[in-house]
Each structure stands twice: as structure tokens, then as C-alpha cells.
Design a binder for this molecule. Sequence first.
Ligand SMILES: *[C@@H]1O[C@H](CO)[C@@H](O)[C@H](O)[C@H]1NC(C)=O
Ligand SMILES: *[C@@H]1O[C@H](CO)[C@@H](O)[C@H](O)[C@H]1NC(C)=O
Length: 260
Amino acid sequence: MAKDTKFLLLFLLLSSSSSLCFGSEQDIQCPRSVQQSVIDPLGVLKSSWNFGYATDGYICSFTGVQCWQGSENMVLSLLLDNLGLEGPFPQGLQNCTSLNILDLLYNNFSAPIPFSIAQQISYVTSLNLSYNNFSGEIPESMENLAYLNTFNLQHNQLRGQILERFSVLGRLTSFNVADNLLSGPIPTFPQDFSPLYFAGNQDLCGAPLDECPRSQRWTLRRINGESSVGAAVGFVLGFVVAFYFHLYCCERLLPYVFHT
Ligand SMILES: *[C@@H]1O[C@H](CO)[C@@H](O)[C@H](O)[C@H]1NC(C)=O
Ligand SMILES: *[C@@H]1O[C@H](CO)[C@@H](O)[C@H](O)[C@H]1NC(C)=O
């Protein structure tokens, strides 16, 4: 084997093994920006997430960070429950390129869930934002989180409707939105979810809770793009016009009819 070729092989071997050991720079940037973007009054992340020593898989020993393999810096899950964290939804999660589980349970995160969440954590199978202070509506972009098994938003300040389109999330085994301020019809999920997942809201209706009042069922149909409401209104309007026209004509015509 020529010297050059050996050198090239050695070089390739070394560079591939070093990228295996240290994972991607992006996956290291991810917890770094999470640490920078959240408010951490108890200092848990500040003390445990130390970016000073860049050794093999060093971020994998951080509190709440689990990696795909012990020695790689490839973040599999971020389990940040019950750490007293505050502020808006963490930033920079799209740099955790292989993130599977995001758990922010029992913190004090607030402000609306960002619309970009679906781009940031596209491949997540388990998302738990329960017991925080997230407000605003459930972003419609979340219908694109196609791999979700667990989708838990219990006990926040979320309001507005749950879009019918969320029923496309076919892998869901848990969809818990209990204890929020949600209203309107529950999407017609193919799965049988417990009524407890929807309890404690302002005004949710439809299976597995009680049937929606008539007016709301009409709203639902309109949201789903059916024009039955329009057709009904059109029919009534047409009938009224016809009836009025008939009366008017008869009144005008009757005298002539009698004359002749
Ligand atoms: C993602 O990581 C890169 C470095 O690899 C960094 O330049 C970029 O700002 C990061 N993006 C976010 C949103 O944090
Ligand atoms: C949560 O944060 C809000 C401000 O956003 C604050 O008023 C409240 O006291 C915090 N609650 C806890 C339990 O830390």
C-alpha cells in the first residue's frame, strides 16, 4: 500500500472517530442555548451544565440530559422536570438534531408556546409541558409533530379551541389538555381518550365529554369547511323572499283578476 494511501486511511479513521466521540457541534450548542434562554432561579442548570470541559460525551452527564450513546454528544432526551425554571419556551432546541423526548413538567414556564415549536422539535415522540403557565392558543403548527405518542399540556393557561386537524396525529396514545381554559368542540380522534384528558376546561364539548350544544356543532361544521349552515340560511332566505313575492304579486294582481 502506498504511503499516501495509508496516511489518508489513518486520517479518515481519526476524523471519523473524533466526530463519533464528540458528536456534533450543534448538539452541544443546543443545551447551551437552553441554559442561556431560561430563567433558572435555583441555579440547577448553572451549576450542573458546565461547558468548560469538552471531553467525550461530556454533555451527557448534565442533569436531565440523556444521549443516544454513552460516549456521544447526541441528545436523546431533555428531562427538565421540576427544576423551578421560568421564562418563555426554551430556545435553540432545533440544534438537538435527534431529540426524542422533551419534558418540561412542573416548572413555571410562561408566555405562548412558539409557533416554531414544530420546526424546533420535529422528531419528538414525547412532549410534556404539563404543570406550567403557558398561555395563548395551542399553535396550529403542532399538527405537524407527526411522531408524537405523548402530547401533554395539562394544567396551563391555554385558551381557544383545539383544532380539528389535531386528529391527524395518529400515533398519539396520550393527549392530555386537562385544566386549561380551552373551549369548543373536541376533535374527532380515532383513538379512545379518557374524558379525564379534557376535564377542567372552560367549555370543551363533544366525545369523550358531553355532546356540544347545537350552536357549537354548527360552528364545528363551518370550521371543517362544510357549507351546510350557509345552505340552511340560503334555504330560509329563499323561502321568505318567495313567500313575500307571492303575497305582493297576489295583492297587486287580485284586483285585475276580479275585473276580468
Ligand atoms: C445552532 O448551532 C449553531 C452552531 O452549530 C449556532 O451557530 C446557531 O446559532 C444555533 N442555533 C440556535 C437557534 O441556537
Ligand atoms: C411563576 O412565575 C410568575 C411570574 O411569571 C410568578 O408570579 C409566580 O410567583 C411564579 N410561581 C412560582 C411557583 O414560582
